[in-house]
Design a binder for this molecule. Structure first.
Ligand SMILES: [Zn+2]
Length: 158
């Protein structure tokens, strides 16, 4: 599947921004975690052909920072008007892949934290990661193995 050309300069710049690996919220989260003394790997492989954005391999905590566009955030995703069906299918595929990644990691004993780019606060997301990592250090796991953090707080219907 080759992507259709961006229909407007606005769409094009949004696509380019969101395609970059080091997105604003991801860098901000990494910085917040680093300041708390946490050390992690960046864009590391957690499953065959799947990488996570911030990884604590020994504690088995995988953090994904998900752009609202590419990951189909139910609050903010707006399909481009041009090539609407192509995009709808593309984004749905991404969502299915995310769900599959979550399930497989959870089965292998990982805690998955998905931070949407619209998360209400980076510090709050960092709190969650810190809690999960500390729990793992103590040989514990959080009750939920997949946690999605969004604009309104913890997303329960993801
Ligand atoms: Zn969003």
């Amino acid at each position: 599947m080759t992507p259709p050309a961006a229909s407007t300069p606005g769409v094009r710049s949004r696509m380019q921004k969101q395609r970059s690996k080091d997105t604003g919220p991801e860098v901000a989260l990494r910085r917040a975690l680093f300041h708390r003394g946490l050390r992690y790997r960046v864009h590391a492989k957690v499953l065959p052909r799947r990488t996570a954005d911030i990884v604590f391999p020994r504690q088995r905590v995988a953090v994904f920072v998900d752009g609202c566009f590419w990951h189909g955030c139910p609050v903010h995703y707006r399909g481009p008007k041009m090539n609407g069906r192509w995009w709808a299918e593309k984004i749905e595929k991404n969502r299915l892949r995310d769900g599959d990644t979550n399930t497989r990691l959870a089965l292998e004993g990982w805690t998955v934290i998905r931070v949407r780019e619209c998360v209400r606060s980076v510090a709050w997301a960092a709190d969650w990661v810190q809690v999960a990592v500390n729990a793992a250090r103590d040989g514990l796991r959080l009750r939920d193995s997949v946690i999605v953090l969004g604009q309104g707080g913890v997303v329960t219907d993801a």
